[in-house]
Design a binder for this molecule. Structure first.
Ligand SMILES: [Zn+2]
Length: 473
């Protein structure tokens, strides 16, 4: 499972881990912050002066380019356009998209390469894995340009709003990377990336007995902003608030990947004396939205066209909640046209008091706060962790019945083998410890009445009393 680089990292002493984190950032600098990043920043700054109609015109132009490109260079779309008898030149604007079918994750999962621009050398691409909200493991590809563009949008439309910039300001990040073994019981539960001035903290060690260590390190560190999963940041914030500790001051908090609840915002404000800026995106690079000073989510229309559809896939009116269907305009590496993300939201025709020309996106649901809870109070809210490398899994849902009892419902894909089930079991045990884990193969996983997919269901009697629960699901 681990690469040679990872194996060396695990065995290294702490100072060497720090050095390796900085070394890794050097590579990531090339993939994210090179000339393409600078160019994208300049273009975004220019477009920020635009009126809404200019964004609409831009979307039309880019969609026409995308349709032509996909039909010419992407095997899946070449076949699709031929099969349904649509000339890509007829796709002139978002209103023409309904002529094309919705692209499901199962199609991407079954053959990610058929969506790839066939002219690209795969060895030079950045390979990413994601399972989003439905536990469907996907292999996704980016080139340096796409990666840099995505990074530029996050910086310009999210970090800049709070007056900070990645790499320029000292920051704390609490995310999904395993920086230290899960069974480690003593600090450090973090690693220092000198190159980015970033203290990267583990989200896997947030057990009650470790929280004083986390708070002490944050206090000593004196970073300017904190970012990461809201459920992880909230655990530390609640510890500060509940124990009436002196707040640790930050200028801003940035959250992503999970739904942010009001009680999380409040705890973060009390513990860190700053406001939270939520952002929303995905590895497929087909949508990006970030909060403005008025706390409204503004879409970046250059990244993609967003449609909202009801349970019968008919278009919703503005203000009506439905499923998000996205067409990525900057991702020409692996184009996604009318892609069902699996999240719920709505478009709004309101104008925001912040006067931004960018359209509003409302009510993002689907990125649930439900989490598995271990006896020592650690929480695991991301199903992605457990389906890693189980490529025969089409969808997965994990149900926790006790601290050491789990059932994993798996919708098997056609290439599913026993080994995929074993992989899920070993991934789960790696995080939660020894447990009784049963894999149940099912035809489909029921959605909630709102069409929401619940990747994790925790049936422990009362996890909220642990003081760690992350607000409404
Ligand atoms: Zn606004």
């Amino acid at each position: 499972m681990a690469s040679i680089r990872e194996k060396v990292y695990w065995k290294a002493p702490y100072f060497a881990k720090n050095w390796m984190a900085s070394w890794n950032a050097r590579r990531l600098n090339r993939e994210r912050f090179g000339p393409d990043y600078e160019q994208a920043l300049r273009e975004i700054a220019e477009r920020d002066k635009w009126a809404p109609a200019q964004f609409e015109e831009h979307q039309r132009r880019e969609l026409q380019k995308l349709a032509r490109h996909a039909a010419e260079h992407v095997p899946y779309y070449r076949k699709l356009f031929a099969e349904i008898g649509v000339d890509p030149a007829e796709i002139k604007g978002p209103e023409d998209l309904v002529r094309l079918p919705i692209l499901e994750k199962s199609t991407v999962r079954a053959d990610p390469l058929c969506l790839l621009d066939e002219r690209l050398d795969r060895r030079k691409l950045i390979v990413l894995h994601s399972s989003g909200t439905t536990g469907t493991p996907l292999t996704l590809y980016r080139d340096v340009r796409l990666n840099s563009t995505s990074t530029a949008f996050a910086d310009a439309r999210c970090h800049d709003v709070a007056g900070v910039r990645r790499r320029r300001n000292k920051s704390v990040s609490i995310g999904g990377q395993l920086v230290t073994p899960t069974n480690q019981t003593k600090p450090p539960f973090w690693v220092w990336n000198q190159r980015w001035q970033q203290l990267y903290m583990s989200s896997f060690h947030l057990a009650p007995q470790n929280l004083d260590h986390y708070v002490a390190r944050l206090r000593e560190f004196g970073g300017e902003y904190i970012e990461g999963y809201p459920s992880s940041i909230y655990v530390i914030a609640r510890h500060i608030v509940d124990n009436k500790l002196e707040p640790v001051r930050f200028k801003a908090c940035f959250t992503t990947a999970e739904t942010l609840s009001d009680c999380q915002r409040q705890a973060i404000r009390d513990a860190f004396c700053c406001r939270t800026y939520d952002q929303y995106g995905c590895v497929e690079a087909v949508i990006f939205a970030a909060e403005c000073p008025e706390r409204n989510m503004h879409l970046s229309p250059e990244i993609g066209i967003v449609e909202v559809v009801d349970e019968n896939d008919n278009p919703c009116e503005p203000g009506q909640v439905g499923q998000l269907i996205c067409t990525g305009l900057v991702n020409h590496v692996q184009p996604f046209i009318r892609y069902r993300l699996g999240d719920i939201g709505m478009l709004s025709s309101d104008t925001c008091p912040c006067k931004s020309p960018l359209p509003l996106l409302g009510l993002i649901e689907g990125r649930t706060n439900a989490a598995l809870v271990t006896r020592d109070g650690r929480r695991f809210g991301r199903v992605a962790l457990f389906v890693e490398e189980a490529f025969g899994v089409a969808e997965a849902q994990i149900i926790q019945f006790d601290y050491d009892k789990f059932v994993v419902r798996v919708v098997p894909a056609s290439n599913y083998t026993e080994a995929d089930g074993q992989k899920v079991i070993s991934n789960l045990k790696y995080s939660v410890g020894e447990a009784d884990v049963r894999v149940e193969l099912v035809d489909r996983i029921e959605r909630t009445a709102a069409g929401k997919f619940q990747a994790i269901i925790c049936n422990l009697p009362d996890t909220s009393s642990s003081g760690l629960a992350g607000g409404g699901v």
